[in-house]
Design a protein around this ligand. Structure first.
Ligand SMILES: NC(=O)c1ccc[n+]([C@@H]2O[C@H](COP(=O)([O-])OP(=O)(O)OC[C@H]3O[C@@H](n4cnc5c(N)ncnc54)[C@H](OP(=O)(O)O)[C@@H]3O)[C@@H](O)[C@H]2O)c1
Length: 228
């Protein structure tokens, strides 16, 4: 039974990843900041689903997850947890505190997760780590919405995959950034025709097709390469 670990799995894209991998027969370690309020995950309850209390800004919680998974191969890590604060992201509006929070979630948290689960990913011949990033973190993206904290931290997240793809290649671990598209979730006010189901189905196909020849790059949910 292949195994996935997913951050921010209690709603939106992360919850849909959990739903689809469980339906496909995977074991899923789902991170949620408040498991007791993770109603979507509760609906998916089964022997194959393990819910972990996980705030990726909290190193102790990441260490606790790594300890719980000690010795267990992880085929797929999905760094999905994310924050976007709408109008508070704009010029003259954002605070250092918000910017730091987004660095802590998108960059420090994702890196800490990769490091904490590196041995699990290497076990069993090499797994895959993907970061759910955004076109907003890419110079080549045409939507020029100036969301300073979000865009700059997603750009930094994108660069993590470059380094990790080199450092983890010896263990056979593939690393990639994914752009989910503009998806109807709480983050976007559900103002999109692209459903989590469609986006995640597409990203799962992309993930299934990743190999060492594609490591360190960024891909759209529909399989296209992202210019970053
Ligand atoms: N929706 C889009 O159009 C879109 C486009 C591009 C990229 N993305 C990216 O896709 C990912 C998922 O977004 P979404 O649309 O599903 O957003 P969402 O519905 O707002 O869900 C965000 C998830 O991240 C979790 N999270 C936030 N801060 C966290 C922390 N410190 N530790 C652990 N989990 C944390 C949230 O947990 P709580 O419930 O506890 O807050 C929630 O589970 C994000 O990285 C986002 O940037 C989304």
């Amino acid at each position: 039974m292949p195994t996935a670990a997913i951050t921010g799995a209690n709603r939106g894209i992360g919850l849909e990843f959990a739903r689809q991998y469980l339906a496909d027969g995977w074991r899923v370690h789902a991170g949620a900041r408040r498991p007791e309020a993770a109603d979507g995950l509760a609906e998916l309850a089964s022997d194959a689903l393990v819910v972990h209390e996980l705030d990726v800004r909290d190193r102790a919680r990441i260490a606790a997850l790594a300890a719980a998974l000690d010795g267990e191969p992880v085929d797929l890590l999905i760094n999905n947890a994310g924050v976007w604060r709408g109008g508070l992201e704009l010029h003259g509006r954002f605070s250092d505190e918000l910017w730091l929070e987004e660095f802590e979630v998108h960059v420090f948290g994702a890196m800490a997760m990769c490091q904490a689960l590196a041995a699990n990913l290497a076990a069993g011949g090499g797994g895959t780590a993907v970061n759910i990033s955004s076109g907003n973190g890419c110079f080549g993206w045409t939507d020029k919405s100036p969301d300073y904290p979000y865009n700059s931290t997603k750009a930094a997240l994108n660069m993590l995959a470059r380094g990790l793809s080199v450092d983890l290649a010896g263990d056979g671990v593939v690393v990639a950034n994914l752009s989910p598209g503009f998806v109807a979730t709480d983050m976007t006010g559900h103002a999109s025709g692209l459903t989590p189901r469609e986006s995640v189905s597409g990203m799962r196909k992309v993930i299934a097709g990743l190999d060492m020849g594609k490591t360190g790059a960024m891909w759209r949910y529909d399989g296209g390469a992202m210019p970053w």
